[in-house]
Design a protein around this ligand. Structure first.
Ligand SMILES: Cc1ncc(COP(=O)(O)O)c(C=O)c1O
Length: 357
């Protein structure tokens, strides 16, 4: 058994010892030449991870900071946004729009389902132009992955001036994402999910046209003012003191991901999803998401299927693992396994065997 509980949560997820050791190094000043180079190297590598030739930077903050910054930079006060809601996190993003004084409209599907291109096209055709459409690529509360590329294509076609904002918090580095090819304007994620690092840094990619749009929006604030933060960070000079140890670990992790290769990394996540679902099937435990195409490769949400979810979580804990007992209204009715980041099929098999016997 490991010396600590192994996290199969939908985030934070398990951090390899090699990365933990990097974070324990003695601190250096964030304006030293070596660190400026680290910041620039991370930005370069993030461009590769997001698959963009436009902008990719980071801030020391949870991903929620970017959910808010999205509106403060890219939507005028009082401006209209459309939210593709399919669970708790996509719903929360729409509430943040209200909190920021924007006017969100919701296109909601029942929890456990993904959006389809036709309904989005119909919504866009029957509404005045939205300033932005907000899509949660991987809805962590339900284990649904949205057809992001297809949905973004609909927005680009039906409403070319509308910006496309994507929460890729639980998909970045775990599921295919090509910022430029998908035609996105903003995408963001925290470090504590498929990047398999502690929480504390949010990375984001931004399109040229989104940065231009930001110049025309008033009240963007300071720390997450894209117009100020993006060029400064790209030049290696963060606006405020960043989380230095985590940035080092991020640099190392991006190199490790490059060594594994994105295609292999995504295939490993799919293999872990298949392993989980096949195992549950043997025990008559059903996936919460009926449509197999909408099932997330990074998080499996399972129906309790007559089992006591607390007992399952307890079995996991006794064997040295942590799993989740369902989110919000789904607590106790479902449980979730985060098979993301640096987990392997072999380690997953051991955890699954301990859950049910
Ligand atoms: C899809 C999604 N969006 C946003 C967030 C918020 O991220 P953070 O806690 O880093 O602010 C989460 C956290 O679990 C999430 O799963």
């Amino acid at each position: 058994m490991s010396d600590h509980p192994i996290l199969f949560l939908p985030g934070p997820t398990e951090v390899d010892a090699e990365l933990r050791e990097i974070m324990a190094r003695p601190l250096i000043g964030h304006r030293s030449a070596g660190f400026v180079d680290d910041v620039q190297q991370v930005c370069q590598r993030l461009k590769w991870l997001y698959q963009t030739s436009q902008h990719a930077v980071f801030e020391s903050a949870p991903a929620t900071a970017l959910m808010e910054a999205a509106f403060r930079n890219l939507v005028r006060p009082g401006g209209r946004t459309l939210h593709l809601v399919c669970g708790a996190f996509s719903e929360r993003w729409s509430k943040i729009a209200t909190d920021c004084g924007r006017k969100p409209e919701l296109l909601t599907v029942p929890w456990g389902m993904a959006h389809d291109a036709a309904s989005l096209r119909q919504k866009l055709a029957s509404s005045p132009t939205f300033e932005a459409v907000c899509i949660t690529h991987n809805e962590t509360s339900t284990g649904v992955i949205e057809p992001l590329q297809e949905l973004a294509a609909v927005v680009r076609d039906a409403s070319p001036s509308t910006l496309i904002l994507a929460d890729v918090v639980t998909s970045l580095a775990g599921a295919p994402l090509n910022f430029d090819a998908f035609g996105l304007d903003l995408a963001f994620a925290g470090t504590q999910k498929c990047l398999a690092l502690p929480p504390g840094i949010a990375t984001y990619a931004l399109s040229h046209r989104a940065l231009e749009r930001a110049r025309s929006i008033e009240g963007r604030g300071y720390l997450l003012d894209f117009v100020r933060a993006v060029p400064e960070t790209e030049a290696g000079k963060t606006l405020a003191t960043p989380c230095v140890p985590l940035l080092w670990a991020l640099r190392a992790q991006l190199d490790r991901i490059a060594t594994e290769g994105l295609a292999r990394r995504f295939a490993r996540h799919i293999a872990m999803q298949h392993e989980t679902l096949a195992f549950m099937h043997q025990w008559q435990i059903e996936p919460f998401v009926a449509d197999s195409a909408a099932r997330s490769p990074t998080i499996s949400c399972l129906k309790a299927s007559g089992r006591d979810v607390r007992q399952l979580a307890e079995n996991a804990t006794k064997a040295g693992y942590k799993i989740d007992q369902g989110y919000g209204d789904l607590k106790g009715k479902t449980f979730r396994i985060g098979h993301m980041g640096d987990h392997t099929v072999a380690r997953l098999q051991k955890m699954l065997a301990a859950l049910l016997r």
